[in-house]
Design a protein around this ligand. Structure first.
Ligand code: SFD
Ligand code: AMP
Length: 642
């Protein structure tokens, strides 16, 4: 085995990940840590400047409440999120993000992020909650502030290109994390008084639509591989909404965003016959009341209406970019000069929307001779992703903030520290915390801040480093580096290093995982449909894959990372399948459909479906948790419009 140096780092607060939530956490933690003489350490598998979902930039800030203008209230946002998730949401968590998020957006602007302004100096909205930005450098701007907060103040340190594999535990308390450098032969042990997990969601658990040379292309960034879910599951934390995957409808093949087209340009999407599924399929929504009647129509139901057209043989579905652009420009048709100017402006906005966050879509447009003002573009539902901060909801079950609880919610939703999971000292934010969807980039940043502040308080009240037995660390090191050993020992047993009787390479492992999920757990190939028998078969096959996970082989550090990314994906997959099996109904058609339970069952399933892996018994437990309201006047059935 190659010689790996052990690097032990002791800290007070350990932030895992360097994305939006982590950067928010760094800024907030630095403030409180400085006051109390504490140390904060941030660890990212990549380089913070361009890591995570915002790496390429974004073209909008999807969550801004605008409390100061009085445009919206916190309750308005909670209503929106709950309705979009077909009634399943933790109101206390969403409200906590919503009441603080504007301050984070104002910080972004102060740090230099250009937010579009109208002639009166007001933010330009894409939709009710979304602001348009020139966001190519969004992540760089946010990262710079995080780095300044930690490094310039001398309260912290940042480790880049360290892949975190899993938790370090002392009994039931999280005592830190272990991982390895992806550049040098170094094994890292981070010992901490509190640990904040912000390692994003998961992609490539399901077979992507893209194949061959385009295979890595997906909507969600390929480098987020389920590390948050693995970490929290292995620590024994209760997880929530693991069945709630997100399927974004995107411009086909390069996954360009649709929000600006639907909301800002007010575009329609039509089928091959020119029909608008949102109009023609409206009666279908009645099957999903009360949520079928809310405004805006929940994202999964919007997806579902389009999918019904495709299943009826009416595809492809097209975004009518040419129609939308002409319609806006036509308002200026009496003045040819103004018309020409407006057309130029709209064209440039259309291209910038992609260039700001999905550059490959602009390249695909260019490569296929698309001029959006002349020709419509195909859109399609992507493969499923796990992204609790967007329109999915999967993540750890975390405590809410004390002042947002009612007498009823307190015993269910509060256990001392905001955003702490059910494991002592283990906090989660962004995609890592569940049941609080629609946080997006700004909400994830502010949730990182909320969690970091609570974690600092936890540290002050539990101010000791755990004593971890050295043999525990040796065992973890041997387990984590095993793929390198296996490869070294057996590489000569076959002529092709990809195929060997003694080990499985991570790429092959990933293909197997994706095939299982795609075919049995409601992926693209099965039109997002599954049933009990298929889910049970998926579990059986995942069990066999789990056995083979012990024999992953890696020829170098990069492949070692790939091995562990795929183990992380496997655990995310298992939590997903088990929870879809547990929830005996179809609640989110358009995300997945249980063909054996084709309707929603409000009486039995108006609950959170939670799961937990018990590290002691190595068994999974499934449990229902109640959906409770924090705005007593706002019981959802009274709220619904339509
Ligand atoms: O509209 C390890 N999102 C959008 N949000 C917006 O506000 N506006 C938009 O325009 C958005 N669009 C969008 C969005 C997401 C994606 C994928 C696309 C487009 C294509 C959502 C936000 O991006 C999202 O909500 C936040 O980024 C979530 O923040 P966070 O912190 O939970 O995740 P992250 O930023 O991806 O960061 C994860 C970090 O973890 C690191 N990491 N580090 C160490 N060890 C490991 N094992 C690790 N595994 C991961 C990563 O490197 C990263 O630093 S729109 O089109 O939808
Ligand atoms: P997207 O580009 O699809 O991620 O959308 C960006 C934002 O706009 C998210 O907040 C979406 O929920 C919202 N959104 C996208 N399309 C629609 C639509 N047709 N109606 C209402 N909201 C939408």
């Amino acid at each position: 085995m190659p010689n790996f140096e052990n690097v032990v780092v002791e800290t007070d607060l350990l932030i895992l990940g360097g994305g939006m939530a982590a950067c928010g956490a760094a800024v907030e933690a630095a403030h409180w840590a400085k006051q109390h003489g504490l140390k904060v350490t941030l660890v990212d598998k990549a380089a913070v400047d361009r890591s995570g979902a915002v790496a390429m930039g974004l073209s909008a800030i999807n969550l801004y409440v605008g409390l100061k203008d009085g445009a919206n209230s916190v309750k308005d946002y909670v209503d929106y999120v709950r309705n979009d998730l077909m009634g399943v949401t933790r109101e206390d968590l969403v409200a906590n993000v919503a009441r603080h998020v504007d301050s984070t957006v104002h910080l972004f602007e102060k740090w230099g992020l250009p937010i579009w302004k109208d002639e009166k100096g007001n933010y330009v909205h894409e939709g009710r909650w979304q602001l348009m930005i020139n966001g190519e450098s969004y992540k760089v701007v946010v990262a710079e502030a995080a780095k300044n907060a930690l490094l310039a103040n001398g309260v912290g340190e940042i480790f880049e290109r360290i892949f975190i594999v899993g938790p370090l535990m002392e009994g039931d308390r999280c005592a830190g994390a272990v991982g390895f450098s992806v550049r040098e032969n170094k094994f890292y042990v981070f010992k901490a008084k509190a640990t904040l997990v912000t390692m994003g969601g998961a992609v490539h658990v399901f077979k992507p639509r893209s194949t061959g040379e385009g295979m890595g292309r997906a909507w969600y960034p390929p480098w987020n591989a389920g590390s948050s879910a693995y970490f929290t599951l292995k620590a024994g934390a209760e997880m929530t909404c693991q069945e709630v995957r997100f399927i974004p409808v995107r411009f086909k093949d390069a996954y360009g965003p649709v929000g600006a087209w639907f909301l800002l340009f007010k575009s329609r999407a039509t089928n091959a016959l020119g029909g608008d599924y949102m109009v023609e399929r409206k009666p279908e929504l009645e099957k999903w009341v009360p949520y079928g009647r809310v405004k805006p129509i929940p994202a999964n139901l919007r997806n579902y209406l389009g999918m019904l057209d495709v299943m009826d043989g009416k595809g492809p579905i097209s975004m009518r970019t040419e129609e939308a652009i002409q319609k806006i420009a036509n308002q200026y048709r009496d003045d040819p000069k103004a018309h020409k100017k407006k057309m130029k402006e709209l064209e440039s906005e259309a291209w910038e929307d992609f260039l700001d966050m999905t550059i490959s879509q602009a390249i695909l447009w260019a490569g296929t001779n698309v001029q959006p003002e002349e020709k419509s573009s195909e859109i399609a539902p992507a493969e499923p992703y796990f992204i609790g901060s967007h329109s999915g909801a999967s993540g750890a079950w975390v405590s809410g903030e004390e002042d947002l609880q009612t007498d009823e919610t307190r015993s269910e939703y509060f256990w001392g520290y905001a955003n702490m999971s059910t494991v002592q000292g283990l906090f989660c934010a962004g995609d890592a915390s569940g049941a609080s969807s629609h946080k997006f980039s700004s909400g994830s940043h502010v949730e990182g801040r909320i969690a970091a502040k609570a974690a600092i308080r936890f540290i002050l009240e539990h101010n000791s480093l755990a004593k971890v037995d050295p043999t525990t660390i040796d065992n973890l090191k041997a387990e984590i580096l095993k793929p390198l050993d296996l490869y070294e020992q057996h590489q000569n047993a076959s002529t092709d290093p990809e195929i060997n009787p003694h080990y499985i390479k991570p790429r092959m492992f990933m293909f197997r995982l994706q095939k299982i999920m795609d075919e049995y757990a409601g992926g693209v190939t099965s039109q997002f449909i599954t049933n009990e028998a298929q889910l049970k078969r998926a579990l059986e096959l995942l069990g066999l894959l789990r056995e083979d996970a012990l024999n992953l082989g890696a020829s170098n550090l990069h492949e070692l990372m790939r091995c562990w990314e795929n183990v992380h994906r496997l655990w995310q997959a298992e939590a997903h399948v088990r929870t879809m099996l547990f929830r005996d109904e179809t609640r989110w058609p358009g995300y997945y459909f249980r063909s054996d339970r084709p309707t929603m069952d409000e009486e039995k399933w108006h609950v959170f479906a939670n799961c937990r892996y018990d590290p002691a018994t190595q068994e999974w437990q499934m449990v229902k948790r109640p959906i409770l309201h924090i705005f007593p006047q706002a019981k959802e059935h009274e709220l619904l419009g339509g």
